[in-house]
Design a protein around this ligand. Structure first.
Ligand code: PYC
Length: 332
């Protein structure tokens, strides 16, 4: 019998869960987090499944495992774990991870108020404001984000043919804006968006190929970002991001916000320094900004920053025991 205990700290970022594994994680080989992600997927994916899926997690569960940095000028290495797999980058996950790491003393920053994170998608630099024990906000400077394709079409159940763009912000997103056959997220339930996304994502991946120009392990369109009218006047835009098999992000989605800012920038709708307040399906908000205009593989790209907050919700010593028929989780 093998019984493993994982010491986790749970939080939510603007409503979406983040479970940080602070103790019990595996030793991973590799010279950077991208290589360590491959090692984890090959040998330790049972840990992700056990901690993310029912009965220990749920459809929206998401989190990270902390590692010593490969480069000593950085503060920590982060592996993102989620119901959908190990994401190259996760924005709400970063905001929650940093909040937990600082409030719980899991990482000692080299420079107070700043952290340099090694993620599978690349270096992510973070600023945060801590008052007393509490971290009030976290602002991350994300990896290069770009519009990968425009005006593609696909058949969607109930709706018929829909047009979409694909943008990268740490994951590849199919962005569906309001159009003749889709009137906007305010007209639909989360259930509809989930049902359509499940079918449409598969079809898109059968018909189109998306691979990061500098890292071929980052491939495939993993997330759908549906858009629509904002709930409040102060918001610039609103979205519903589908991930995993049944999840709609409760936060505005950091990598999705980055992808959407890259899309808007490429279409001339957003410029350097403009504030982009992104509202989630439940109305929580991230503040986005373009901090640099750049080039990726010959294409225009941006470096976006994303600011949000997280709240720690509890400590969780989670047991995965081989005797348990549901040790490695299940989905219904
Ligand atoms: O915030 O980047 C994000 C994210 C990805 C999936 C769910 N949230």
């Amino acid at each position: 019998m093998a019984r493993k205990t994982f010491f986790c700290v749970d939080a939510h970022t603007c409503g979406n869960p983040v479970r940080v594994v602070a103790g019990g994680g595996p030793d991973l080989h590799g010279k950077n987090m991208s290589e360590k992600r491959q090692h984890f997927l090959k040998e330790y994916d049972w840990i992700r499944k056990g901690l993310m899926f029912e009965p220990r997690g749920h459809d929206m569960m998401s989190g990270s495992i902390l590692f010593p940095p490969a480069d000593e000028q950085n503060d920590v290495g982060v592996l993102f774990i989620e119901t959908s797999g190990c994401l190259p980058m996760c924005g709400h996950g970063t905001i929650g991870t940093v909040t937990i790491a600082i409030e719980e003393g899991l990482v000692t920053p080299k420079v107070p108020g700043r952290l340099r994170l090694e993620t599978p998608a690349g270096l992510v630099q973070v600023e945060y404001l801590q008052e007393g024990k509490k971290v009030q906000w976290v602002r991350l400077t994300n990896i290069k984000s770009y519009l990968a394709a425009e005006n593609l079409t696909i058949e969607c159940p109930d709706l018929g043919e829909i047009t979409f763009d694909v943008a990268y912000g740490g994951n590849f997103y199919a962005i569906v804006d309001p159009q003749d056959n889709f009137k906007g997220i305010e007209n639909h339930t989360a259930g509809d968006l989930i049902r359509w996304s499940q079918v449409v994502r598969n079809k898109i991946n059968e018909q189109y190929d998306f691979v990061h120009p500098e890292n071929e392990t980052i491939c495939g369109m993993s997330h759908m970002l549906w858009t629509g009218k904002t709930l409040t006047e102060e918001a610039t835009a609103r979205n519903a991001v589908f991930y995993g098999d049944k999840a709609i992000d409760r936060s505005p989605c950091g990598t999705g916000t980055s992808a959407r800012m890259a899309q808007w920038h490429a279409k001339g709708k957003l410029k350097m320094g403009d504030e982009f307040i992104h509202e989630s399906f439940i109305g929580s908000k991230f503040i986005g900004r373009i901090v640099e205009e750049t080039i990726l593989d010959g294409k225009p790209a941006i470096v976006p920053s994303i600011q949000g907050w997280a709240q720690v919700t509890g400590y969780n010593n989670i047991i995965i025991d081989d005797d348990d028929p549901y040790a490695h989780g299940f989905q219904v």
